[in-house]
Design a protein around this ligand. Sequence first.
Ligand SMILES: [Ca+2]
Length: 366
Amino acid sequence: MKAHSAAWLAAVALAAGVARANRPDFREQIVVPGGRFGLGTDHIEFPLDAEGPARPVTVKPFVLDKYEVSIDRFAEFVNATGYITEAERFGWSFVHEKALDEAVLQTITQAVQSVPWWLPVDNASWSHPEGAASDASGRGSHPAVHLSHADADAFCAWAMPGGRLPTEVEWERAARGGKEGRMYAWGNKLKPRNKHRANIWQGQFPLKNTARDGFKWAAPVDAFGPQNQWGFHGVAGNAWEWTATEWCDPARPAPDCRGKQAPADAGDVEWVKKGGSFLCHKSYCFRYRVAARTKNTANSGAYNLGARCARDATPEEQRLVESGSAVQVGAPEVGNAVPPSTEGVTDGAKVGYRPGQHAAAGADEL
Ligand SMILES: [Ca+2]
């Protein structure tokens, strides 16, 4: 495994310091009011995803990152803690074939039959998104990807006191921005006034991406501006985002297949992810709708899989949102000195590439 160089990490840390003085550093958060709202949809596109029917749920006030976790933020975390992600432990991660150059493609001998565009690439990780020959220089404002569920959890626990992943209910509450029954975070029209509102795939998936929205692959986490009236960026498209809600097989008899919380992280647990990604096209992955949901196994990493962090609202913050409007708050103190947990982190050396295991996960990637 080739780790990111200390020099590069130092450069990133320095760049992050400069960035803080001059532009948003993507650590801003938004306090979301509690209340009752409609989770899911009656306009079901993927019945097996258990998107619907819509049903009322109640949520307490909480705080959620305004942006997806950026590469610069994740670099700060790694620099401070020495954390090694699961993709780095495994020594590989999934990358879309069209994002790879010929030299890398020549080295790949395995693929997943059901999703042949996903290729296992040696040394692909948050700091080397397309493999060892790539690095994240100049992409610090892009979402950190190739994160496993445990990696995302560890980052959030470090990034702020009480930091954690949002539940699916919290995530959807935030993405709806206080509006009921809308298809997208911003409304019902994909391109209001013919303006792209999210980084998704245009063209023909998986062969041709015309990038009409300006981005073929990941975009800066603020590239499309606020996507709803509460000010959240990137809740639709760009990177998929892990949640703290365990996936429950809708075919399995259960009183409620949504909202179940897993007791502990583990490699084979499946978790709900939300938001769709830059690889989503309506023909294949119409999952940038706010009610859409799918899953990954906890130890899966991929080129389009990231996170944003949540925490409980303080009593003072709860009072701020009593009127029902969301309120932006300053960035949390970085690094609360909680050592990252390695509990539940799979030992990649023992697991390696298991096509059978990842075929199932890969099929749900997009
Ligand atoms: Ca795009």
